[in-house]
Design a protein around this ligand. Structure first.
Ligand code: ACM
Ligand code: ZN
Length: 762
């Protein structure tokens, strides 16, 4: 992609008149109050900089001076004198404001950043930097006069990075901290240990990093590779490695200077293959590589406490994350030591034993002056009174914890998992889970409406999680993070009443140019054209519509499969067709391709005339490819993350298929999926199929109930209805969802899913 061209156009556009008015660059996250005023403040070589006499404020002033030098070539001098015309960074005495509050006053004579706390002065300077970037938009550094009063909505504005699955060196981590800082985010959750590698030096247990921080293979080539010079040139992420105590000290200090707390995560009792490979005696009796610490062995607790003593020394963070997710408790039930422990405690279930494990660690962490936080599974079997919860399996765990007085960080997989894709283009890099596009992140709010005031008080904020099973390079980390982190930053910082979708879309467009100037690799997925094709029964034509997620910029297309350029047909509205088409559509942002192309063929076969109406929508994370997924002739396979399954969480699968015209039919079939060992997907309890000529009067042609199949292997069940041929245009299919997973399921009591694919009609 040629991005160089981008530079010149906005400059010409914005400065074709001689007015000194600065360009409208917008701020992300949107401040809580902005009052624009007449006039401008122009920074020139005689502009002075003042800072209150404390090290933190002086550091902020210095960062600003460096920023002006780097971007505008001006060497600003400091002044000792608060009275002079200057840019002033002031730590005031004001009491009773939220941490992070700042005021930014820009008048013709002065610029003042004022805050009673160091973080606020720093955030004010971040805002000021945004008002002067992208540099390519400016001829000279000019600020519009205004007054901003700003403070964060949430005290936890976080992002997690998994450095176990792929290790990233400390300089990369610093880059992420810079990205967090520019977004006024303040928590870096560092997932330091997991199955693939142990990434933190522990003096008492040297094997952890000698043996447990191994290399992992780089993934094979994928279709998206053609698009990305951006992913392949940075192989460092693929190597094994670990952080020394010196590295960690450096990172923690670097973060603190940006008002970011580093929350270390040491996983227990599961996801611990790396540690157990080094110290196998900590596994249950007779186990090999189970990944679960033995809960009946005192050595386990000695080991973990020793590890945490060293962790406390390295990290000043109030919160210590202990994982707690996805523990396969069956190992404990077969272990004599664990069974003895359960007998002594008078408990019967693996969940209760996990609760014992976590409670014991909580007491230890509390006794050392810290607070325990863990994934929402730590609720099962009883949550220790002081523990905080990170809700990832939706918001349900978080709601339950908040209602019972626990502090909660909301990070539901949808939309907070940044390892999920940012769009459904086939050119997106291979990813896990589902689809979490930019605006879905923007529309998130960490506080569920269902909570009462007291419960709401316990929601600390929202967090993005970036798991790196599929992310081997640092460029790829940046790609998955940006621009979605900008959306999450606004979720966490801006009062929801002050959020403005339209304004954000304008601002994000500008933000991408800031990222480009900073050398960050960001996704343009939100520009990628998306097509919808419907059959118009009255006119007997197919209708193609095109859009992109942001509704910005021109989409140009051809229908003969040739690559469009900036002179190709501009999309202005629905396109009708009656013969097969070879669509090739591209979004042009200021003359340059933005996002991926959309290349897709459409036939005009009878099956394409079908449309499907859903009583309950399919999950956007498991869309199977959208409204046409069930009749796209693409058959889903034996994996839940096969992109062709369409998923329904908790609800029934309940659809009416309109064949587009009446036909004689005698056969309807469809597939359902189940994989107990790895997913929440189970087969339906019942399937009912009804047909109709007019869409009002239906006749049942199939109704079968099914017993639960308790088999841990993946299963595809074909449901086939054969009946005497009859004329019909509408088919109503209901697949009954059990709603909640049964007691014996590893994810018991959470929502059950139905996965459905390809409907065949003959
Ligand atoms: C998780 O995603 N297993 C917390
Ligand atoms: Zn055991």
């Amino acid at each position: 992609m040629n991005r160089i061209l981008l530079f010149f156009l906005p400059v010409i556009f914005l400065f074709s008149c001689s007015s000194p008015k600065p360009p409208q660059v917008g701020i992300i996250p949107q401040p809580n109050s902005v009052e624009k005023k007449d006039g401008v403040f122009e920074i020139n070589s005689s502009t002075l900089v003042y800072a209150s006499h404390n090290p933190a404020t002086m550091r902020v002033a210095k960062e600003f001076i460096d920023f002006i030098k780097k971007n505008y070539g001006l060497e600003l001098k400091m002044t000792e004198n608060k009275a002079s015309d200057a840019i002033m960074f002031i730590r005031s005495q004001k009491k009773g404001v939220r941490k992070g509050f700042y005021q930014l006053q820009i008048s013709r004579k002065k610029v003042k950043v004022i805050s009673p706390n160091d973080a606020g002065v720093f955030y004010g300077m971040q805002t000021l930097k945004q008002l002067l970037t992208p540099v390519s938009y400016f001829k000279k550094p000019v600020l519009q006069c205004m007054e901003i009063n700003d403070y964060p909505e949430f005290e936890w504005r976080g992002m997690m990075l998994d450095v176990s699955r792929h290790f990233f060196p400390k300089d990369s981590i610093k880059k992420l901290l810079d990205i967090l800082a520019m977004h006024k985010m303040n928590k870096f959750h560092w997932h330091l240990t997991d199955g693939i590698g142990w990434r933190i030096q522990i003096d008492k247990y040297p094997l952890l990093t000698e043996k447990g921080a191994w290399r992992v293979p780089v993934p094979k080539d994928a279709p998206w590779k053609q698009y990305e010079t951006c992913f392949k040139d940075d192989p460092r992420g693929a190597y094994g490695g670990y952080y020394t105590k010196e590295d960690i000290k450096e990172i923690v200090k670097y973060a603190a200077e940006r008002y970011i707390d580093v929350i270390p995560e040491i996983e227990m009792p599961g996801h611990s293959e790396a540690a157990l490979q080094c110290y196998p005696e900590l596994q249950c009796v007779g186990e090999h590589n189970s990944g679960v610490y033995c809960a009946g062995n005192e050595q386990t607790f000695d080991f973990l406490q020793d590890v945490l003593y060293e962790v406390f020394d390295m990290f000043p963070s109030k919160f210590i994350h202990v994982g707690g997710d996805e523990v396969n408790k069956s190992h404990w039930l077969h272990c004599p030591r664990c069974r003895k422990r359960m007998q002594e405690l008078g408990i019967k279930t693996g969940e209760e034993l996990q609760s014992y494990f976590i409670s014991r660690m909580e007491k230890f962490i509390h006794a050392n002056g810290r607070k325990l936080i863990g994934w929402d599974e730590i609720l099962e079997g009883g949550l220790p009174p002081r523990a905080a919860v990170m809700s990832w399996r939706g918001m349900k765990g978080g709601i339950e914890a908040a209602r019972t007085g626990h502090y909660v960080v909301m990070t539901p997989g949808s939309p907070c998992y940044f390892d999920h894709s940012q769009g459904l283009s086939v050119f997106e890099p291979d990813s896990w889970g589902g689809n979490n596009p930019l605006m879905k992140v923007y529309d998130f709010y960490p506080v569920p409406k269902r909570l009462d005031i007291e419960g709401r008080r316990h929601i600390l904020g929202g967090q993005a999680n970036l798991w790196t099973e599929k992310i081997a390079t640092w460029k790829h980390v940046e790609y998955m993070t940006l621009p979605r982190l900008s959306a999450l930053a606004e979720v966490d910082w801006t009062n929801p009443a002050k959020k403005d979708r339209k304004q954000f879309i304008k601002n994000i467009d500008v933000q991408l140019d800031r990222f480009r100037e900073l050398g960050y690799n960001y996704a343009e997925s939100a520009f990628t054209p998306v097509a919808e094709v419907k059959y118009d029964k009255e006119k007997k034509v197919f209708v193609l519509t095109l859009h992109n997620e942001l509704g910005l910029y021109d989409i140009r297309y051809t229908l003969d499969g040739t690559k469009p350029d900036i002179n190709s047909t501009l999309y202005t509205g629905p396109v009708e067709f009656t013969k097969p088409i070879d669509l090739y559509a591209v979004c042009f942002r200021r003359g340059v391709q933005a996002g991926y192309p959309l290349i897709q063929q459409y036939t005009v076969a009878p099956s394409d005339k079908c449309s499907i109406e859903y009583k309950y929508p399919y999950s956007s994370s498991y869309s199977g490819g959208g409204d046409k997924a069930l009749c796209d002739k693409k058959y889903a396979g034996m994996r839940g993350d096969d992109g062709h399954w369409q998923g329904f969480e908790k609800n029934d699968f309940d659809v009416v298929i309109d064949l587009g015209e009446p036909r004689d039919i005698s056969y309807v079939a469809l597939d359902f999926f189940q994989h107990l060992a790895a997913t929440s997907v189970m087969l339906p309890l019942e399937v009912k199929i009804m047909i109709s000529e007019d869409g009002r009067n239906y006749k049942t042609v199939f109704d079968e109930k099914y017993k639960t199949i308790k088999d841990y292997k993946p299963i595809i069940k074909k449901v086939e209805a054969k009946f005497p041929a009859q004329n019909a245009e509408y088919i109503h299919i209901i697949g009954k969802n059990r709603g909640t997973l049964p007691d014996w399921h590893i994810r018991k009591n959470t929502n059950a899913w139905l996965f459905v694919d390809e409907i065949m009609v003959k």
